[in-house]
Write a protein that binds this ligand. Structure first.
Ligand SMILES: [Zn+2]
Length: 200
């Protein structure tokens, strides 16, 4: 009698295993069937880009970066200006951005502001860091991915960079608030130059 029970249990376990394998195969088949082969994320308003700008950009910088400093806010302001100048929206990923900075904090803090100011992402390779050897050479270059239009050079004003140089952690919030409301022309200048992508 015990053997019969054992056989029933063994058969039961085996059949469950077969069902599980079949279900798994079916799962793979359905995914494979729907797939249209390898694809890459594309710019614009499409299912690749369903992100939305944070309602609380200040809080988003703090969560991501650990504090809000004037260079974060400067990056955020430059990012917002780039979206406006190219008449595009946050998170569409249709701009390429290169941030030229000395590769050390606090200069690099600007990059997190740029990420949250545009929705561009380091992982999607539409925001790059390039090293410069002097704070006099800090700037952000932006162009459309499709190569149309100019390259925008957004260069922080030397006077402003001096103003935020070597400040204590207790001054970060006040300096950041100031940066968020200062006139753009006091923070950075915008220059348009020709893109290497544009055909002559
Ligand atoms: Zn920082």
């Amino acid at each position: 009698m015990k053997r019969v029970y054992l056989r029933i249990i063994v058969l039961g376990v085996c059949s469950l295993g077969i069902v599980a394998v079949l279900a798994d195969q079916d799962h793979h088949v359905s995914i494979g069937h729907k797939s249209e082969g390898p694809v890459r994320s594309t710019p614009g308003e499409n299912p690749w880009n369903e992100g939305h700008a944070p309602d609380d950009w200040w809080g988003a910088i703090k969560s991501m970066h650990g504090h809000v400093g004037p260079r974060n806010v400067l990056g955020w302001r430059i990012g917002q200006a780039a979206l406006r100048e190219f008449d595009t929206k946050w998170g569409r990923h249709d701009l390429d951005i290169i941030c030229y900075i000395p590769m050390e904090t606090p200069y690099s803090c600007m990059v997190d502001g740029l990420v949250l100011g545009t929705g561009n992402s380091i992982g999607r390779l539409d925001i790059h860091l390039a090293e410069v050897m002097s704070i006099d050479l800090i700037y952000v270059a932006v162009r459309r991915k499709d190569g149309t239009g100019p390259v925008l050079i957004l260069k922080p004003k030397p006077d402003y960079l001096k103003r935020i140089e070597k400040r204590t952690v207790h001054e970060l919030e006040e300096l950041s608030r100031q940066c968020s409301i200062m006139k753009e022309s006091e923070l950075f200048q915008i220059e348009r130059i020709r893109s290497s992508k544009v055909k002559e």
